[in-house]
Write a protein that binds this ligand. Sequence first.
Ligand SMILES: Nc1ncnc2c1ncn2[C@@H]1O[C@H](COP(=O)(O)OP(=O)(O)OP(=O)(O)O)[C@@H](O)[C@H]1O
Ligand SMILES: [Mg+2]
Length: 369
Amino acid sequence: MNPFKYGTIVSGKDFCGRKSLLKQIIGYIESSQNIVILGERRVGKSSTLYEAFLKCKTGRLLYVDLLGIKSIDALCRRILRAIVVLEQKTAWFDKIVKTLSYLRPSISVDPITSMPTVSFDASVEMKANSIPGVFTLIESLGKKRRLVVVFDEFQDILNLEDSHEALSLLRSKIQFQSGIPYIFVGSIRHKMDEIFTHHDSPFFKSAIPLTVEPLPYEEFSEFLKKKFATGQRKIDDEVLEKVFEIANEIPGDIQQLCEALWEISSEKEIISLDKLKNALELIFAREQKSYETYISLLTNIQLRCLMAIAKEGGKSVFSASFMKPAGFNNPSSVRRAITRLIKLNILFESGGEYRFINPFFRAWLPYKG
Ligand SMILES: Nc1ncnc2c1ncn2[C@@H]1O[C@H](COP(=O)(O)OP(=O)(O)OP(=O)(O)O)[C@@H](O)[C@H]1O
Ligand SMILES: [Mg+2]
């Protein structure tokens, strides 16, 4: 069985390294300190946090994913659903259902798992004034047994029309719950900064920031080699170095490429550099449709700009040496193209450099063109 996992939370034997970061997070959880976990996409934020929680061996986790929320109603529903999931095996279940009676919860039993499930009346729209009640419920859960609350993809709260009001209400409740550690996880850097470091944000300096960096080569490459060895495969260091380079050192992307290398190789094989091409082709074949969709959304100018970044990198896109070969005469047209490419979630900006969100799309572009 292919031992490489990507796109999911990894823990236990699938989790590599990060000893000192885990220790730090565990310390903060144990002292009920609120923290914010930052890092690039697919670097391992959720996994690190989950692994730290497992190692604490204490309390329960209320995990709320805010990915894509667009309203306060959705925010409250996500939290309530997480609470119901957490409590469905306990005697508290009835009490919660009573507390939420204004949402007309209806209980049914899942025929497969025999677990009770709850659905709420969709016609009741929760507004800002529901937020305090929802957080009082969290508080009472915390009194019963030790609780750790996680808001993953927290930056998406800025999508709400009334995000400032929502954040103020959250903050005013959370600051009095000193026995419950709140952990905010997020990846779109400037948005998380807007929430935690802007003076006028209700969450200004309200949590200790921790950054999840890519795993160091020595540690992660050993881990990956052992995984290859479980299927009697050996991989050369020069191949792994190239894998790290193509994936920009992002652990999730490294594992995705290793998964493909495993698929196109067989037992007792020594995986050498020439296999990389086949592995990439496998990934391209799987992802081609979405690449083509992206391309269809671009104007010629935007595509030219993207091709140039794929080829030259995105460090000095306003220099003559970048613009001229790409056919641009002035920086403002490059800027316009890049703004659009960021909006489409094709590129992101990191420390003044424009990079591809999906490194395999970057690898595919020149290959294709
Ligand atoms: N410590 C680790 N050991 C091994 N693999 C890891 C580790 N951390 C992350 N990964 C790899 O990265 C993938 C993504 O991890 P995770 O979902 O935790 O990242 P994330 O930063 O929360 O991502 P997203 O930005 O999508 O929320 C995992 O499926 C795994 O392939
Ligand atoms: Mg995550």
